[in-house]
Structure formats: C-alpha cells, structure tokens
Ligand binder design. Sequence first.
Ligand code: DMJ
Length: 455
Amino acid sequence: QMMKFAWDNYKQYALGKNELRPLTRNGHIGNMFGGLRGATVIDALDTLYIMELEEEFQEAKQWVERSFDLNVNGEASLFEVNIRYIGGLLATYYLTGEEVFKSKALELGEKLLPAFNTPTGIPRGVINLGSGMSWSWGWASAGSSILAEFGTLHLEFLHLSELSGNPVFAEKASEPSLAAVGNIRRVLSRVEKPQGLYPNFLSPVTGSWVQHHVSIGGLGDSFYEYLIKSWLMSDKKDSEAKKMYDDALEAIEKHLVKKSAGGLTYIAEWRGGILDHKMGHLACFSGGMIALGAQHSTGDRRQRHMELAAEITSTCHESYTRSDTKLGPEAFRFDAGSEATATRLSERYYILRPEVVESYMYLWRLTHQPKYRHWGWEVVQALEKHCRVEAGFSGIRDVYTTTPSHDNMQQSFFLAETLKYLYLLFCEDDVLSLEDWVFNTEAHPLPINHTDLRA
Ligand code: DMJ
C-alpha cells in the first residue's frame, strides 16, 4: 500500500522526471543523471514486480519501452547511473526475462566506458553521456576518484559482460588493461593501505591515495559491500574479493570499532590517524553486511562478527528511538556527552534513507529474532506519521521535532530500497532468497552465479 501510494503519486505528478516533489506536486530532475530521466521508474520496477503490483509494473514498463531515451547529453554520476539505472534494469531483466530491460542496460553500460580512459584505468566520477568526456567531481580533493564510486561497479559490470559476451566490462578482455572492473581491483590490491585501511580518495592518474580519510559510511561504504557480494555472486569463487573483504574488516575492527561510555558499539571515521566519533546514517548498512559475511566464517570469527553486526544494528536502532519522530538523523555522534544523537543542526534531517531497515532485513533473515521485525514496524509507523503527505512521501528536516518540516523530496531510493527492504523483512525467506540473490547497493537483486530463477 505504501509502495502503491508512492508510485501513484509519482506517476500522477512527475512521470518522466527523476523524482517526485510531493508538496508542490511536480517533478525534480536533479543533476546526477546526465539528462537521463525516469530515475524513479527504473528504481521502482523490480519493487513493483516483487510486490505483485502488476498494473503499476506495466505502467513502468511501458514508460521504459516508449519514453526512456538514452541519447542524452549531460553530466552524469558514473556511480549513480550504474547503481540505479543499470542495477534496476538488470534486476528487472533477471526477474522477468524481458529483453527490453537487458538491451537498455547494455546500451547504457557502453556509454559509461569512456570514464575508464585514465592512466590507471580508475574511472573518473562524472561523465558526459553524449560526448564521453569525463572528469572528477569539483569537490573531490586534487582531481581524485571516490572509493565508494569506483568500488561500486563490480556486480553490475560482471553481469554486463556476461549478458553481452563483451569482456570489456569485467575480467576477461584480451588486454588486461581493458577490463574495466578487473583493472580497478588490480590497482586497489597493489596500492599500500595505511594500517590496512582504504582511504576514500584515490588519484586516477597516479593510482595513489590523495587524502587519508577512511569511512565505512559515505565515500567508502559500498566498496566494502561489493567485495563480499562479489564473492557471493561468484558462487564463492572470487577468493581475491573475499580476502580483500576479510582484511579490510579486520583493519576496521582493529582501528575504527569503538564502544561508547553508555555501551553502544559504533564504527568511527578516521582522518589521518585521528578518530572522528561519528556514524552517518549511510554507515548503518554495515550491520547487514557484516552479518551476511559472518555466515561464511567459522568458529570464533563467525560469532564475533555476528555479535558486531547485531551491536551496530542495535546502535542504529538507538539513533532512531532517541529521536522524537522515531526516525534517525543523517549523522549521530558519540562525543561531548552525546550517545547516538545528532549534535549539529545540519545533521538532524532524514531523507527516507534505507540503511537501517536494510540491516534489520538481513539480521531478521539470518537470526529470526522477532525484535528486527518489531523495529521495522516502528519505522513503518514513523514513516506513515511523519513522512506521508497528501501526494507522496517526503523527507523531514529535523527528526527531533514532531512539528513537521518536509523537504519536498520523494527520493527514488525510497521505492528501490526502503520499501523493498521493509517488504522483505515481513516476507517468507524464499522471496528473493539470500541463497540465490545479492542486492546491489540500490537494493536491485542480481542472481548469484547467474542462476536464473525462472529456470
Ligand atoms: C542509495 O542510493 C544507495 O544505497 C547508496 O549506496 C547510498 N545512498 C543511497 C541511499 O541512502
């Protein structure tokens, strides 16, 4: 019902734009997608499909067939186009077997390749989808590329190679330097890691780190996620990815995992050796990731990682329960007497992000402890109470007040991720089973070892 409401309003007021502005009842285009349109359509497709919203799925599919134009000219984020558009199209192709989704994914994938034409093969963050020119984000220090961006291509690009028969996306190009994501892996496994940690900024020209900021939240997050999921998606054959994940997690445990005075476990950020005792909402996906990885460890390590995953998820839950709306802030801190609460005005907002319910979903599926469903239900109620407006769902500017100030944005990831993970939290485990699927970082399911569930 929440998904239908979000979709119906997007369709009525913003179809063909990227996202819905639910208060002003119009569409938002934004500047991340380089002239591509319909981000919400593509992000919503697989969610509509798995929720069996048949009529709505057909509306979305029809838009893709009739109106989704790839001949655009504009500055796109390589990362966002990959996780939302390519991820959404691939997942819908695998779920439905309908060719239109595959052919659009492949055509769009080709348009991203020029971003990899750098001295190291590490792609730049921004690409003009028309001219193929690429450059780094203006805000990224010294023309660097971002770990969470170039490290979050592997799952989709392997499928692009598999489906197209063209090795250039993945590993097997005749010239190794032409294999887009294989090459990224090579650069990363060779570069020296300070104390085993991966900083967030790397030069695509020299292949060295530009700044020593490490975070499991924004700028770093999905790089770690794609290591463990690459291994799982390969049916546990990509042992290089598993080793990189294990080593990275060991360094994170050693240097970043902390316990607050009040007993809450959190993952701090690291700036050139100095800890910043802050966790972003984005970092809350890590409970789910660590639990998923723990399933494939043995003995002490398995138990330790399951405990860590549960503790982090519980801390993220605390960041929700300690607010008046029961929704969590963009970032929360553990300093100056603060425990899992935002201390800065600029960090009090909630933009319909999924990471906390994502961890609830994994922890539920992997432990079946009822508390995760209870916590998920608290989120459903809070979303209905504070984020539902007349024409859709909106983010809120301050989770610590129940007098609503809405931000007038229904993010596309709310339909791709937040509502999908909530739905899966209350489904049987065999709906998109973790044995058969990995979710890309936008919650688009990709089959493990290319198993086709329709077979
Ligand atoms: C999503 O687009 C993805 O989950 C991404 O990895 C991080 N940010 C948003 C949701 O918060």
